[in-house]
Design a protein. Structure first.
Length: 703
């Protein structure tokens, strides 16, 4: 008998002759409504379970256009993934400007206080393929497409304010070296291998970036906890044509937070989509991630006063030297409707700028201006990819460009060129240029330099490769310094070529002799002589703003974080509810974890459903843990390796552990040596707002 399953589908479910399931529009209709499955030509399909055959067991007929179209489309579902930044997660949102920036820029987006501009932001890792994991040690891409009234502006940055190379001509070499090695096809999404470090060891200009890349910045806890940087110096140009140099900074409202390396490795196994899931779920539950956009604005005189070149993308201007002016905020408040249509097909391009913003002569930026459009033609298959909804500007687009693969528009009339005089015959003449509102390239500095000869050289002002690397290392919290040194030991331990390790050590000596010594000891290698530096290394003042721990964005908070609450049969319902309420009030998300996903029978006889099964939710998935166990429940878990590991890892990853007195045997079995981060349930929510860095030397041998 057909079954009407109206609650879930509104369709009738009936078995076919071979026992297969057919979900069908009810025979009684309505047949004029939506809900009918069709081919791409709009032909309604009567059977989506069986091919057209000659006889029930006979050969398939070539005329089965329903089958052929379906399989044809499926066969072509994959498109080339991005050559870099292939794995990404994205969301829609808006930018809201705080005040008019008319004195700096004529960009429409920055004129009217409080005005919102829609945007689409994609975060990514760099080296791994589209199907790789979320938590390798890697730079995170931070690309924002602003759909302004004057056209699309793309700010295509990273979560690190500097880059590996100074000249775009080295980009293919850099990426070849970090990707899977050419002959063996591994490692995936990892820089810890010979070819990457071989290249780096020969590129002293990468030293500053290597300091950032080996720091905790490249193992962020979530995508909601990263900063973003435009990296290059750009220009803002006001209505009078006056230009000002700017650097763009995104500051996360939830602060900066990282994982420990051991934690990142374990997350990769427990949930390869950890950061993608986190972003998606936060937005789904209305916990919208937010960043503040700020600028460092400066003139040529200031630029000339700096001991480094502002056109060099391996340098920062420390916030202590030039404070950041907040200019607006970005809120991500809507997930994509379709991953492929939006996250995959979005095409960011640093060349997409709007009147009021302009490039500089940064040689890395200049090369990027060519690369993106070129690669996107290959990736998206047509010059018309700007018409894909996620890429299409939300302002009028009118020109005489025509035709091409996958042209979606149907321009009318004869005017596909200009100048034309078709208007005189009463016909449509099409759009025309506008010297008043059209994009004008800023007449910036370096005009004199541009009049020089054609030179394939690197500017001498780019020659200091070590002073800022030293400044960065010396600005870090001691725990971060130890992580950085250990990361170098880890990566170089995976490098089989000894001469490469020696060359890296020789470069590190220029950064900081103590760092080089720690890494050499960690590798059990003697220290070589320092490599030559093109210019003397300088001791700049430290920049505490680059720190995570105890830095300006190290917020003691539970907001936006997650807490794993372990329960088992016999747990106390009242204590549990009180804790859950406190976690919720602190702005965090409680994840109820039990040995079985169906839940646990609490002491009062009630059944509490779990959010996750213990074996499938190790403590690396959460920011702090609470053990709400009864004596009996705890006793049972003493025989469960997942429970012991849960506690052991939480302790080893320096997380707060709240617990009932009855949970003590589990702490003991997990080797927990109580400290100020191991507390009773009453003190837990406060304790859970931070990690316990002082614990680290007791649980880990760091370099
Ligand atoms: C400051 C230096 C750089 C930054 C911050 C940067 C950032 C990014 C980001 C965030 C993406 C991913 C965009 C997305 O989510 O779709 C990306 C993609 C890409 N980048 Fe870069 N990049 C840099 C340097 C370069 C250079 C020097 C080149 C080449 C000369 C380059 C070529 C590419 C290419 C080809 C893609 C793939 C684009 C696509 O398929 O849509 N990048 N970059």
């Amino acid at each position: 008998m057909p079954k009407v399953d109206s609650k879930t589908t509104g369709f009738e479910t009936r078995p076919g002759k071979g026992g297969e399931t057919h979900q069908q529009v009810p025979k009684s209709g309505p047949h004029d409504a939506e809900g009918h499955l069709t081919t791409n030509q709009g032909i309604r399909v009567s059977d989506n379970q069986n091919q057209l055959k000659a006889g029930a067991r006979g050969p398939v007929l070539l005329e089965d256009f329903v089958l052929r179209e379906k399989i044809f489309h499926f066969d072509h579902e994959r498109i080339p993934e991005r050559i870099v930044h292939a794995r990404g997660s994205a969301a829609h949102g808006f930018f809201e400007v705080y005040e008019s920036l008319a004195e700096l820029t004529s960009a429409d987006i920055f004129q009217r206080p409080g005005e919102r501009t829609p945007l689409f932001t994609r975060f990514s890792t760099v080296a791994g393929g589209a199907g790789s994991v979320d938590t390798p040690r890697d730079v995170r891409g931070f690309a924002v497409k602003f759909y302004t009234k004057d056209g699309n502006w793309d700010l295509v940055g990273n979560n690190i304010p500097v880059f590996f190379i100074q000249d775009a001509i080295k980009f293919p070499d850099l990426i070849h070296s970090v990707k899977m090695e050419a002959d063996r096809g591994y490692p995936q999404a990892a820089s810890a291998h010979d070819t990457f470090w071989d290249f780096i060891s020969l590129m002293p200009e990468s030293t500053h970036m290597i300091m950032w890349a080996m720091s905790d910045r490249t193992i962020p806890r979530t995508l909601r906890n990263i900063e973003g940087f435009g990296i290059h110096t750009f220009q803002m140009v006001n209505a009078k044509g006056k230009s000002t140099f700017v650097k763009f900074h995104w500051k996360p409202k939830l602060g900066l937070a990282s994982t420990l390396w051991d934690e990142a490795v374990k997350i990769a196994g427990a949930d390869p989509d950890f950061q993608r899931r986190d972003l998606f779920e936060a937005i789904e539950r209305g916990d919208f991630p937010e960043w503040e956009l700020g600028i460092q604005a400066f003139d040529e005189k200031f630029a000339d006063s700096l001991p480094y070149d502002v056109l060099d993308p391996t340098k920062i201007i420390p916030e202590e030297v030039l404070p950041i002016r907040p200019i607006g905020r970005m809120v991500l408040d809507r997930n994509p409707d379709n991953f492929f249509a939006e996250t995959e097909q979005v095409a960011y391009c640093p060349a997409n700028i709007v009147p009021g913003i302009d490039f500089t002569n940064d040689p890395l930026l200049q090369g990027r201006l060519f690369s993106y459009l070129d690669t996107q033609l290959k990736r998206l298959g047509s010059t018309n990819f700007h018409q894909i909804p996620i890429n299409a500007p939300k302002c009028p687009v009118m020109n005489f460009q025509r035709d091409g693969h996958m042209q979606m528009l149907t321009p009318k009339g004869r005017a596909n060129y200009e100048p034309n005089s078709l208007g005189e015959a009463g016909e449509e003449t099409g759009p025309r240029e506008c010297p008043v509102t059209g994009f004008e390239t800023a007449i910036g500095r370096d005009v004199a330099e541009e009049q020089g000869g054609k030179l394939r050289i690197r500017a001498e002002s780019f020659a200091d490769h070590y002073s800022q690397a030293r400044m960065f290392f010396r600005s870090l919290h001691p725990a971060e310094q130890a992580h950085l040194a250990s990361a170098l030991v880890f990566e170089l331990s995976k490098v089989g070529l000894e001469h490469v390790r020696i060359r890296v050590l020789a470069n590190l000596l220029n950064v900081d002799p103590d760092l080089a010594k720690r890494v050499a000891e960690g590798l059990a290698m003697p220290l070589p002589k320092a490599s030559p530096s093109a210019v003397p290394v300088q001791d700049f003042d430290p920049s505490p703003a680059v720190r995570i721990i105890n830095g300006p964005l190290d917020l003691d908070t539970l907001a936006g974080r997650s807490v794993g609450v372990l329960i088992a049969d016999g747990s106390d319902a009242k204590a549990l509810d009180k804790l859950l309420k406190a976690i919720d009030s602190a702005g965090a998300r409680a994840v109820l974890i039990a040995p079985k996903v169906g839940g646990a029978t609490l002491a009062d006889g009630s059944i509490r459903k779990a959010d996750a099964q213990l074996a499938g939710c190790p403590s690396v998935m959460v920011d702090a843990v609470a053990l709400v166990l009864s004596k009996e429940g705890c006793k049972t878990l003493l025989g469960e390796a997942a429970a012991i590991q849960f506690v052991m890892d939480a302790f080893g990853h320096l997380k707060a552990i709240g617990h009932t007195p009855e949970s003590a045997p589990l702490l003991e079995k997990a080797g927990v040596e109580p400290d100020e981060g191991v507390v009773d349930l009453a003190g837990f929510v406060e304790a859970a707002k931070t990690r316990y860095w002082d614990r680290e030397p007791k649980v880990r041998m760091l370099a």
